[in-house]
Design a protein around this ligand. Sequence first.
Ligand SMILES: C[S@@+](CC[C@H](N)C(=O)[O-])C[C@H]1O[C@@H](n2cnc3c(N)ncnc32)[C@H](O)[C@@H]1O
Length: 302
Amino acid sequence: MPQEVLLWLQPTAGGIYLDGTLGGAGHSCLILEAAAESRLIGLDRDPAALQEAAEKLACFGARVSLHHATFDQAGEVLNQLGVAGLDGMLLDLGVSSHQLDTPERGFSFRHDAPLDMRMNPTAGITAADVVNQADEAELTRIFFEYGEERYSRRIVRKIVSQRKDSALTKTGELAELVRQAIPGGYRPSKIHPATRVFQALRIHVNDELGQLRRGVEAGISLLKPGGRIVVISFHSLEDRIVKHLFREKAQGCICPPRLPVCQCHHTPDVKILTRRGIKAEEEEVKQNSRSRSAILRAAERC
Ligand SMILES: C[S@@+](CC[C@H](N)C(=O)[O-])C[C@H]1O[C@@H](n2cnc3c(N)ncnc32)[C@H](O)[C@@H]1O
């Protein structure tokens, strides 16, 4: 959503912007081009993304600094750089096309590859660790909560029975097992039957929802007055978190309603700029089908 990001972030000359999800640096590049002499601090938890971004942004020289960090660590990065506040922050959530299209990263059931799914392949547990080691109740919760998969129990029973014989190590193996676990007439027709399970595992392996909560909170606290935060989500679980956090932070008085006079003197941290989530234009959806599920929300620091 390039135009929408510029519209809501409103990058201005000389401003300091943080892209917490650098990826291929498409958005970062737009921000740097739109705002003369602006500075961009780019974070990504994936070293491969940082490398790609570094090449793409090399032409902007010292205006750019890139860091291997998660976006909930934005405060620490700014401290190291001696930056006191931001004019804007962007989070474009989820995996990049590069990650999805690199078979050995294990994000996609379209290629048979090791079950990994870590955005940062240098740390943390893999999807194979989860599938082979989590107990039955925990796996069911992961598939149900993060994938909204109604056949979670059946799928997990099949996984548990399979892993008694041999560990599941490949994406293809898991995708086929999920397909078999969902009764024939109930398999989704528009998406692969394993889509929800893969989404759930990815969210769990990367603690995506925890990152999002902490990242948005940190982002808001790091903005200068008038600074803006823009978040693009790709599914309802993410969008719900952003919507509720923005609402909570936009609240003024939080006294119980029975008190006649405000005693908390609480003031809002942000003003919500997008009452409803903004969707991608038809034209963009035609060119990039992934943008169909994108929802953008923006808020401004008071
Ligand atoms: C959808 S892509 C971003 C694409 C980017 N906006 C562009 O224009 O190319 C998401 C990127 O964010 C990174 N990412 C996801 N969650 C992250 C987190 N919590 N902290 C840092 N990077 C994260 C992923 O590794 C991936 O490279």
